[in-house]
Design a protein around this ligand. Structure first.
Ligand code: CTP
Length: 401
């Protein structure tokens, strides 16, 4: 179950043209299983209507008319107290200033004052307004009080100018919301390193030897660790995927790069989800191999076994308290996985049968068996890679307890 499901999130929408993107955010949150209560300011209502939000959340959207309605004396307290998180997106310089000074002259600002939950602010304004010392100081004040400021981004602004002031994209706001919700999770204060993607072993400056790994399972693991409050480093090959918000990203290409990157790290847990090469070209041609020179004979040599190297006594043993591997197999799944579990000195291994159409590389789902060093086994049924990641991260949290 995702960190967003069964949560109650208050979405504040203030007067910026980016308000139209807030409907997308409300929709994404709702689709993730969140109950979304929207509060529009008067200026927010000039850009989008309450009906827009009611249509995507299936719930009533509140406006300043509700500030003086029948339930007004408790509405703001009720909304503020019940929420797991308040996200204000877009948040104007005006609302930021009011919140920094405890001004509560709208349903949104009075609710913000009454709430005790984490707050995420996605500023949206003109570059000059964002740069103004007043806005800077107000944002700093809110940050000091624990608010998470997400953005703004650089780009085209409503004024026609370019600069820093654009609200960040809803998908990225969602990432910040997850970080704020996960803060006190089971892995709070713990460091997790995840490797992801298929490595690229260069033949020449143009060509590489790689594999079908998409990186999806690794990225899902990084997100699941963030959802539990871990400090996450994602060591990834080029995958074309967007890294989860909050992860420190180290970009690598070859198995050797990945090993070198790990030699600089230490963590509570290492999850080797990457499909690292076993073989690489013995020599990488400095210049592009030309057709006119005939079909090249490419001699291969062993690539470093990353897990074995970091687990060996001469390596960086115990830099990683828990080590988790993956075994992608097309036959003798459990036997091969069990051998890898032992030979690589792992705490547990996730074995997946890549011959199935609905599991393994590139697809959205996985069917995994977890094999533990103490002999225990757990068969996970077919599930999304996100769900499989949550299960694996839950075991890591248990082993680190
Ligand atoms: N792995 C590694 N270094 C490599 C290759 C793989 O650390 N050069 C890691 C993978 O990230 C995975 C685990 O070892 O977590 C098992 O990888 P897999 O490719 O299934 O096994 P190999 O040890 O490479 O053995 P084989 O390819 O012969 O099955």
């Amino acid at each position: 179950m995702s960190i967003l499901s069964r949560k109650r999130i208050l979405l504040g929408v203030t007067g910026s043209i980016a308000a139209f993107k807030a409907a997308d955010l409300a929709s994404k949150l709702t689709q993730s299983g969140t109950e979304v209560d929207v509060i529009l300011t008067n200026a927010g209502e000039k850009f989008v209507t309450p009906l827009t939000f009611q249509s995507v959340t299936g719930r009533r959207a509140f406006t300043d008319k509700d500030l003086w309605g029948d339930e007004a004396h408790v509405l703001h307290v009720d909304l503020g107290k019940k929420a797991d998180l308040l996200v204000i997106a877009p948040c104007t310089a005006n609302t930021i200033a009011k919140m920094a000074h405890g001004i509560s002259d709208s349903l949104l600002t009075v609710t913000a004052l009454a709430s005790t939950c984490p707050i995420v602010i996605a500023p949206a304004m003109d570059g000059g307004m964002f740069d103004h010392p007043a806005t800077r100081e107000n944002l700093k004040t809110l940050q000091t009080r624990g608010a998470l400021v997400a953005g703004p981004a650089a780009g085209h602004l409503a004024s026609g100018l370019s600069g820093v002031g654009r609200m960040i994209e809803p998908m990225d706001i969602l990432g910040h919301v997850r970080v704020a919700l996960g803060k006190n999770g089971k892995l709070a204060g713990k460091k997790v390193i995840v490797t992801a993607g298929g490595t690229q072993e260069a033949i020449d400056p143009v060509r590489v030897i790689t594999n079908h790994s998409s990186g999806k399972q690794g990225y899902a693991l990084a997100q699941a660790a963030l959802d539990e409050g871990a400090e996450v480093t994602l060591i990834t090959t080029p995958t074309g995927l967007n890294p989860p918000i909050g992860a420190r990203v180290v970009r690598v290409k070859s198995a050797q790069d990945m090993l070198d990157a790990l030699m600089n790290e230490s963590a509570d847990a290492l999850v080797m989800a990457a499909a690292a090469a076993d073989f690489r070209p013995k020599d990488t041609a400095k210049d592009k191999l030309k057709k006119r020179d005939g079909i090249p004979q490419i001699q291969l040599e062993a690539a470093p076994d990353i897990l074995k190297t970091v687990a060996s006594p001469g390596g960086v043993a115990k830099r990683f308290r828990i080590m988790v591997g993956f075994a992608a197999e097309s036959r003798d799944l459990l036997q091969n996985a069990s051998e890898k579990l032992k030979s690589k000195g792992l705490d547990f291994i996730a074995a997946n049968d890549i011959s199935a159409d609905d599991a393994g590389f590139a697809v959205e789902t996985n069917r995994i068996t977890l094999l533990f060093a103490d002999g225990a086994r757990e068969n996970l049924p077919l599930m999304s890679k996100a769900e499989a990641a949550e299960k694996i991260i839950a075991h890591i949290a248990r082993l680190l307890e």
